[in-house]
Write a protein that binds this ligand. Structure first.
Ligand code: SAH
Length: 486
């Protein structure tokens, strides 16, 4: 029987400690606050009891006594109880009070520190809270004093005289008072101030000002909690050291509709560029039963997608063959991703058209003498290439190894995609199946990004003009186009 007082960090899931993740995964009961990372609970057991004890909407906070009581009640049953808090449990987290309650009840506890907003939001804004020759001390201060008490509990003259950086938590509404008191205490009105809202999260926003201007600037910009306010010369360093908000896709919400298995690398690249990614896989592929055709008679084998490569090798394996079955054949790959997938099997494609579409391959093969061609592709693949080859008198065999089908999307995912700034489409099937999932029409709000002409044509069939079309027609081309679109 142990209760754990656990810090979940400031918002970015990556700033949750290993120990916190381990305990979340073990817990029978998790009592959690509002300001924990959005997906912090995704690692909890399916049968864990998750109890929200934070502030409901803009409403009332669950009273501390009720939380204490819940903590004791659950811990007394002998179950593993995790009390999960934003940031660090002992920094303005009332973790100390909860620890005292546990001690009094004789319940053993463990404290797992978390990364507190005062160093995390500031670091993500490019502000070191201490800096050689600039600030050799830092103070964490609450900006939220008990409004019932007329007397301030803070020693404002001492804070004004503090030889270092001041970081105020919970101080958005108190900004006018903070600046007035510090100025009255003798701090220069020109002292740099930074307010970091939603620190470490996709919507992070930093407002730079001075003690004199900060209240007005904050009102102009509609600054809202959660935010930390940093007062001190180090705030000026943000201009040089800003990194998160300087990313090209910072603050841009982008939905990715491609199959889950392929979405991750694209999502990771988008996130690294600062985007907030909504993974809304509208499609998945299903392998089809197929017989391995007699390969020797073909003078070219075309593979049209990485998944085609994957399924081709699965088929070879099922047929008791291996890569040697492709030995001596001329092989063409549509798209660099397909060529890469072949290389992973030790095969370097002979032809990779510059344009990653069937039309590009038709052009690339213009001067290549061919008589029998095998095309490995999806069941629903386009007939551009087979038609063009047949028109040249080629015999074309189509080996359909998989089909693309709808991936069911839950209403929350659909709503998140509909609320994005962009939806990316990486094939005609992503267009078709997203529209189907959304009830027939594509969401009206977001701008639409298409990977290439076939996908754009599918968008037009659904009555929409793509807002951008990637060039080259690859996932990387699509990402570059999004960056350029700003
Ligand atoms: N225990 C928490 C603080 C809880 S008090 C910690 O250690 O971080 C709540 C206050 O923390 C908010 O009003 C705000 O001032 C600050 N805060 C929490 N998360 C924040 C975030 N992501 N960005 C900026 N400030 C944050």
């Amino acid at each position: 029987m142990t209760a754990y007082l656990v810090g979940a960090g400031p918002g970015d899931r990556g700033l949750l400690t290993l120990r916190a993740a381990e305990l979340i995964a073990q817990a029978d009961v998790i009592l959690y606050d509002r300001l924990i990372p959005a997906d912090a609970l995704s690692g909890a057991r399916d049968d864990a009891e998750l109890v929200f004890v934070g502030k409901q909407g803009g409403g009332e906070q669950v009273p501390q006594e009720a939380t204490n009581e819940l903590l004791l009640r659950h811990a007394a049953t002998g179950r593993t109880v995790v009390r999960l808090k934003g940031g660090d449990p002992f920094v303005f987290g009332r973790g100390g009070e909860e620890a005292l309650v546990l001690r009094e009840a004789g319940i053993p506890f463990e404290v797992v520190p978390g990364i507190t907003a005062g160093i995390a939001a500031t670091a993500y804004a490019g502000i070191p809270v201490t800096q050689r020759n600039v600030a050799s001390a830092v103070a964490f201060v609450t900006g939220h004093e008990n409004p019932d008490k007329p007397e301030t509990q803070l020693d404002w003259p001492a804070l004004a005289a503090f030889p270092g950086t001041l970081v105020f938590y919970m101080g958005v509404r108190a900004l006018p008072r903070i600046s007035a008191q510090l100025t009255a205490g003798g701090l220069s009105p020109q002292t740099p101030v930074a307010i970091v809202e939603r620190g470490t999260m996709p919507g992070q926003r930093t407002t730079l000002a001075t003690l004199e201007t900060v209240a007005e600037r904050a009102a102009e910009r509609g600054v809202k909690a959660p935010a930390v306010t940093l007062v001190g010369d180090v705030a000026g360093l943000a201009e040089q050291l800003e990194w998160l908000e300087a990313r090209p896709l910072h603050g841009v919400r982008i939905a990715v509709t491609r199959a889950r298995a392929q979405a991750s690398p694209m999502a990771a690249r988008l996130r690294a560029l600062g985007a907030e990614v909504v993974e809304a896989p509208a499609i998945r592929t299903r392998a089809l039963d197929a017989e391995l055709p007699f390969l020797a008679g073909h003078d070219l084998i075309v593979v049209s997608s990485p998944n085609g490569v994957h399924e081709l090798f699965a088929l070879l394996e099922r047929s008791g063959r291996d890569a040697r079955a492709l030995g001596g054949h001329r092989i063409a790959a549509i798209g660099p991703g397909t060529a890469r997938a072949l290389r992973e099997h030790g095969i370097v494609a002979d032809v990779v058209p510059a344009r990653a579409v069937a039309e590009g391959l038709v052009e690339a093969l213009e001067d290549v003498p061919l008589s029998r061609v095998l095309v490995v592709r999806a069941l629903e693949g386009r007939d551009v290439l087979p038609d063009a080859l047949r028109a040249r008198g080629c015999e074309v065999t189509i080996l359909a190894l998989y089909e693309t089908i709808a991936e069911p999307l839950d209403p929350d995912t659909l709503a998140a995609a509909a609320g994005a700034d962009w939806i990316t489409f990486t094939s005609a099937s992503t267009v078709r199946f997203l529209a189907e999932a959304a009830g027939g029409a594509l969401p009206a709000g977001p701008r639409l990004a298409s990977i290439g002409p076939a996908t754009s044509a599918a968008l037009r069939e659904h009555g929409r003009e793509p807002d951008l079309e990637a060039e080259p027609h690859t996932p990387d081309g699509l990402i570059d186009a999004l960056v350029n679109a700003g």
